[in-house]
Design a protein around this ligand. Structure first.
Ligand SMILES: Cc1cc2nc3c(=O)[nH]c(=O)nc-3n(C[C@H](O)[C@H](O)[C@H](O)COP(=O)(O)O)c2cc1C
Length: 194
């Protein structure tokens, strides 16, 4: 049985929900999966050919906690990686990942992993500083749509299909200052590993 790690962080449960779907899907494809909550610890990784990194988007980037985690990730064997960013919506629109996928991808590549899959999935919005949460029926619809996307991702990841999310350079560039404003002031999202 091939081993796979799912490294996830979830502020309010959406990413955890998606991680459980990937867990079930990869197990169905015969992987021996270990779920690792990034907010708890960096594990001593055993040899594993597949790493899936999952996290919510905060201010058009990856949360500080996630960036710290992937920077310190020690991979003991070359392998492949998949990155899933989890955005938010109040209705039909897709979330926007800004810098998030790029940031994490470059850290993983530096750690020696080959990143073959990157994508965004959009669950209910929790950025309540700016948006009201969707009502219950809308939340249900968003979750159903997102769960289906995550199930589709699982198949591509398990079968090793190369699929990298299309880049919108203009929007990503515009999102840089907002990401840095969040990143530098958002200690609330960070964990210090000692
Ligand atoms: C401070 C903050 C910033 C956010 N920024 C973004 C963003 O830039 N793009 C996006 O699509 N969603 C953004 N969101 C929404 C969350 O990423 C989204 O609701 C996600 O599904 C939450 O996942 P979780 O429940 O695993 O934490 C933001 C949420 C918060 C709290």
């Amino acid at each position: 049985m091939e081993k796979a790690y799912i490294h996830y962080f979830s502020g309010t449960g959406n990413t955890r929900r998606a991680a459980n779907i990937i867990n079930e899907g990869l197990s169905h494809y015969g992987y021996n999966v270990t779920l690792v909550d990034m907010s708890i610890q960096i594990p001593n990784l055993e040899t594993a050919p597949l790493h899936v990194i999952m996290f919510p988007v905060y201010g058009f980037g990856a949360p500080s906690l996630v960036l710290k985690y992937v920077r310190r990730l020690k991979v003991v064997q070359e392998g492949r990686a998949a990155i899933i960013a989890v955005g938010g919506t109040t209705g039909e629109l897709s979330g926007f990942e800004g810098q998030a996928l790029n940031q994490v991808k470059s850290h993983l590549e530096r750690a020696g992993l080959t990143v073959g899959f990157t994508d965004l999935v959009t669950y209910p919005e929790n950025w309540t500083q700016f948006f009201n949460s969707p009502d219950v029926p809308t939340t249900k619809n968003i979750c159903q749509r997102a769960d289906q996307s995550v199930a589709d991702f699982t198949e591509k990841i398990a079968l090793g299909h190369i699929s990298l999310r299309h880049k919108n350079h203009l929007l990503r560039t515009l999102s840089v200052p907002i990401f840095w404003a969040y990143h530098t002031s958002a200690d609330v999202f960070s964990v210090n590993y000692t």
